[in-house]
Write a protein that binds this ligand. Structure first.
Ligand code: CP
Length: 304
């Protein structure tokens, strides 16, 4: 009984450039308010995370609280999934409860072919398998643009290091950063690159970085997604691809560092880089709340 699907934010492709610009402008407004307006008291945001999360789930919940929304948290460990109810049936039940928003995180790509969606709920992707993590890319790009005080990444060089093939964060960021005009270089062991994407520079050594870098994003090895593939042990990865303090300094005097978290410190990123004055990592987390609040306002019946 799939009827009129509601608005879904599943990919950065679901927003056009004008919408992204408005969401970012409104994020600045929300950040500058002493107290964000609790103007969405009648709305309810529900989170359903079928995979662990610290930042994304709490950030959505904080954003909803800041807007005055009710918040309802689905916890699979105390749910009827423990009695054998499946994920699709569970999602159908959550939608039947008719929250205004349902933020879902799943271990695999979101598939709505089994979902009975009457169009009442806005479904938001909180990270689906290795596919996309669109709100992470929004907050990453917002944080970078805020730092450089520009509204595009034209002439900016972004270096992404790590397990790119299994990173939904990388996949959403590559799409969004390219749309914003960035030159992107991917640095990883050959087996972590995945299929080469046209227009991106793929390298396998720090020595191949060809120009100063404006921002470097480190990604952890997604061990929970590895099946039988061989992968580098942490020590080897740290030695060959870890962002040490020396390597960070060599990327350029203005280069800032981003990490979506969770971090494996001293593997993909050295502690002193994570804590460096040019680290935007905590800023990413803080900004995530208002970026998501701005997105919720945008999606909630188109209100901005
Ligand atoms: N960046 C991110 O998705 O973090 P969590 O897994 O903690 O939500």
């Amino acid at each position: 009984m799939t009827t009129r699907p509601g608005r879904r934010f599943l990919s950065v492709d679901d927003l056009n450039n004008d919408e992204i610009a408005r969401i970012f402008q409104h994020t600045h407004i929300l950040k500058n308010k002493a107290k964000p307006l609790a103007e969405h008291r009648n709305a309810v945001l529900m989170t359903a995370f079928f995979e662990p999360s610290t930042r994304t789930r709490l950030s959505f919940e904080m954003a909803a609280h800041r807007l005055g929304m009710g918040v309802s948290v689905f916890d699979q460990w105390s749910s009827s999934m423990k009695k054998g109810e499946g994920e699709a049936a569970t999602i159908n039940n959550l939608l039947a409860l008719r929250p205004d928003f349902l933020v879902i995180r799943q271990r695999q790509a979101l598939d709505f072919s089994f979902v009975e969606d009457d169009g009442e709920t806005v479904i938001i992707n909180g990270g689906d398998g290795i596919n996309e993590h669109p709100t992470q890319a929004l907050l990453d790009c917002f944080t970078l643009l805020e730092h450089i005080e520009e509204d595009s990444l034209v002439n900016k060089h972004v270096l992404i290091i790590g397990d790119i093939v299994r990173s939904r964060v990388a996949h959403s960021n590559i799409k969004l950063m390219r749309r914003l005009g960035a030159k992107i270089t991917l640095l990883a062991p050959r087996e972590f690159h995945g299929e080469h994407q046209i227009g991106l520079r793929h390298i396998t050594s720090f020595g191949d970085v060809d120009s100063e870098v404006d921002a470097v994003m480190c990604l952890r090895i997604q061990k929970e997604r590895l099946k039988n593939e061989s992968f580098l042990d942490d020590q080897t990865f740290a030695r060959e691809f870890g962002l040490t303090h020396d390597r960070f300094l060599r990327l350029g005097q203005k280069c800032v560092v981003l990490h979506p978290g969770p971090m494996s410190v001293d593997v993909e990123i050295a502690t002193e880089v994570a804590l460096h004055t040019r680290s935007l990592i905590n800023k990413q987390v803080s900004n995530g709340v208002m970026v998501r609040a701005s997105l919720l306002k945008h999606l909630h019946r188109g209100e901005m």
